[in-house]
Design a protein around this ligand. Structure first.
Ligand SMILES: *Cc1c(COP(=O)(O)O)cnc(C)c1O
Length: 353
């Protein structure tokens, strides 16, 4: 797995240039969507990012060791008994409920964010709670009021305007320095959605924030598997578990050393496409735990040596395409990327490994 940190920095700039107002924060939860939080966070910090978001306290502590002085917000907020630990690591919880507000009260002099639910029904104060419980926020130092969009990747969806109107109304009830609504796709809904801080995640890592339109983001990752063996098959031979692929004519099958245990999803069985140079090689048979089989009949033997690298995600098959073939979204492809891959980082600057 090759991770181009120059593309990551470029994507930070591209998103920043898209902003008419406010700053750009980076979301580096889930090990920076599978890319490696240390390298990603250092690159984004160097690119000028001043505010980071992660999901959990543990992710916050890890990031605090990487970036001792930056602003780190915790989406999951304050769970019972964790307020002291958040303070000790200088982490800012996003308070998600009345209970969390009370949990934070003993630490009220330290800043916290507040999540208000404008239409996701997951986390955050409900609109009614914003109106009725606002007095509870007295004495609590709220630096950021935020909400999250349900349908931002569909610009024409009326839900976007509904959530925007609700957010504008509710945030006026809450005294806070900054407001934040947009994630990656929300940034492209325009200035009204950008407020003081946009929270970009997936687009930084190369996934298209505007499905259906051309992708403005640079591709950050390339994923390659090694050829372990090539063999010839002919009908009636079958390939893999369940015998779901059968040769109908003489063919060559290459077995690659990657499987669903590496996050190469089983749903790519008989539907994925890999590439050897410019040759498209379809996945045939089921993806198994550690092995995947591709039809290389049309590929010259000179390109089929054992150990040769085959693109599973690369210039011809970007993350979004692999996701579509797997019946999922780029987020899931990235965050499923397994631990067995060797992660190689490309950067301009001095190596900080
Ligand atoms: C994950 C997350 C983000 C980042 O979303 P992307 O679509 O990856 O840009 C922003 N805000 C919240 C609340 C999140 O959970």
């Amino acid at each position: 797995m090759t991770i181009d940190l120059r593309a990551l920095a470029q994507n930070y700039q591209t998103l920043k240039n898209q902003l008419s107002t406010g700053k750009l924060a980076a979301v580096v939860k889930a090990n920076a969507y599978g890319l490696g939080v240390k390298e990603a966070a250092l690159t984004l910090d160097k690119a000028g990012c001043e505010t980071f978001f992660v999901a959990t306290l543990e992710e916050g502590i890890e990031l605090r060791h990487i970036l001792p002085a930056t602003n780190i917000h915790i989406f999951h907020g304050v769970l019972p008994g964790t307020a002291s630990e958040l303070v000790a690591h200088n982490l800012v919880p996003i308070l998600n409920s009345v209970d969390q507000i009370e949990e934070w009260r003993p630490k009220a002099e330290h800043t916290a964010g507040l999540h208000i639910d404008s239409g996701m029904s997951r986390l955050g104060l409900t609109p009614a709670e914003c109106e009725n419980e606002v007095d509870r926020l007295k004495g609590i130092n709220i630096d950021l009021v935020m909400s999250h969009l349900a349908c931002a990747e569909e610009p024409a969806n009326p839900k976007n305007q509904e959530q925007l109107a609700l957010f504008n109304g509710l945030k006026s009830l809450i005294p806070a320095d900054q407001a934040s609504l947009a994630a990656s796709s929300g940034i492209f809904l325009g200035p009204d959605f950008q407020f003081d801080l946009s929270r970009a995640g997936v687009a930084l890592y190369g996934v298209n924030p505007m499905p259906g339109r051309s992708n403005p983001m640079a591709q950050v990752i390339r994923l390659q598997a090694k050829i372990l063996q090539v063999r010839s098959v002919d009908t009636p031979q079958t390939v893999g578990y369940g015998a779901t692929h059968q040769a109908t004519k003489p063919a060559k099958i290459a077995t690659l050393g990657v499987g669903y245990a590496d996050g190469y999803l089983r749903s790519l069985s008989n539907t994925g496409t890999a590439y050897i140079d410019d040759y498209e090689v379809p996945v045939v048979g089921r993806v198994s735990m550690d092995l995947t089989t591709v039809d290389v009949t049309d590929v010259p033997d000179a390109l089929l040596q054992t150990g040769r690298l085959v693109d599973l995600i690369g210039p011809h098959n970007p993350v979004d395409q692999v996701a579509a073939q797997a019946g999922t979204i780029g987020y899931e492809i990235l965050t499923s990327l397994g631990q067995r891959y060797e992660r190689r980082y490309i950067s301009d600057g001095p190596s900080r490994a």
